[in-house]
Design a binder for this molecule. Structure first.
Ligand code: HEC
Length: 255
């Protein structure tokens, strides 16, 4: 039996390891492997395999023998011409496929509810969002009459400042909403304030679009910075109103 040339042995081993990775991750573990990580693995694997195959001068010569044979042996002219024609075409096609602009829309991975910072500076004071509670929430139990009064105040703040974007039914369909992207959020939807704590709303309302952290890129939210226009009390009141009107309950830590 003729021995497989060492060059093809080496290529075979590298391909075998490559496909083992694919089988292991895609089929056995059912996990996607990031292409950057796979590239990194393969870099070290190829480097290792090449090091083994070129360990001595003799083995290096043996490894390169088929290439030298093809390039130097006059009888291999046809093979040589074919390889030297096909290789540049393949490389060119690969490069072209990498460079050609894609017609797909760029992905915008905007995070709608980015994780809040643990502490923020609002109204010139430092607040810990993990422990901050709505100071007006206690009246809901202690003094329902006063609570209704505060909700009414919140409604006033909302109608004066927020309804042009978030809508007079709090459904995100305000007068300006059609032209905005990202659109103002619909507070009646279970995916918005029903998921959030009051301290989160306090942070988002006070700092608006410009206060969004990195993962909310591309920071094109039109949500204004309300700490420049409203008082702290007014923001807590409008938060009471948002939950009262929609019938949602704010998330709390106790749950
Ligand atoms: C100019 C239009 C505009 C006005 C006015 C406006 N908002 Fe917004 N608001 C937005 C947009 C757009 C978003 C969605 C993008 C984002 O999260 O920043 C948003 C998001 C929010 C969020 C985040 C909700 C969530 O689920 O993460 C809250 C809370 C909020 N607004 C409250 C208010 C309150 C309260 C007012 C009035 C004091 C107000 N907004 C006024 C445009 C506006």
């Amino acid at each position: 039996m003729r021995k497989i040339p060492r060059l093809f042995q080496m290529i075979g081993i590298i391909l075998l390891i490559y496909f083992s990775f694919i089988v292991l991750f895609d089929y056995l573990l059912d996990q996607v492997i990031p292409s950057s990580l796979l590239r990194m693995y393969m870099f070290f694997i190829i480097a290792g395999v090449v090091a083994v195959f070129t360990f001595t001068e003799g083995s290096t010569e043996e490894l390169l023998a088929p290439i030298m044979e093809m390039m130097e042996n006059p009888e291999k002219r046809k093979v040589r011409n074919a390889v030297l024609t096909v290789m540049p075409i393949l490389v060119g096609a690969y490069l072209y496929s990498q460079m050609v602009p894609s017609v797909e829309a760029p992905v915008e991975l905007r995070s709608i509810h980015p994780a809040p910072p643990s502490s923020v500076k609002l109204f010139g004071k430092r607040y810990n969002l993990q422990t901050l509670v709505n100071p007006l929430r206690k009246y809901e139990k202690d003094d329902p009459e006063k609570f209704r009064e505060l909700v009414r105040e919140g409604a006033r703040v909302y109608i004066e400042n927020c309804h042009i974007c978030h809508g007079d039914k709090l459904d995100g369909q305000g007068l300006y909403a059609v032209r905005l992207n990202p659109t103002p959020l619909n507070f009646r939807d279970v995916g918005t304030i029903a998921q959030l704590q009051e301290s989160y709303l306090f942070w988002r309302i006070s700092t608006g679009g410009p206060g969004l952290p990195d993962e909310a890129a591309p920071w094109i939210s039109s949500m204004p910075v309300w700490q420049d226009f409203l008082t702290e009390e007014e923001i807590w009141q409008v938060i009471l109103f948002l939950y009262d009107y929609t019938g949602h309950r704010p998330r709390t830590w106790e749950e």
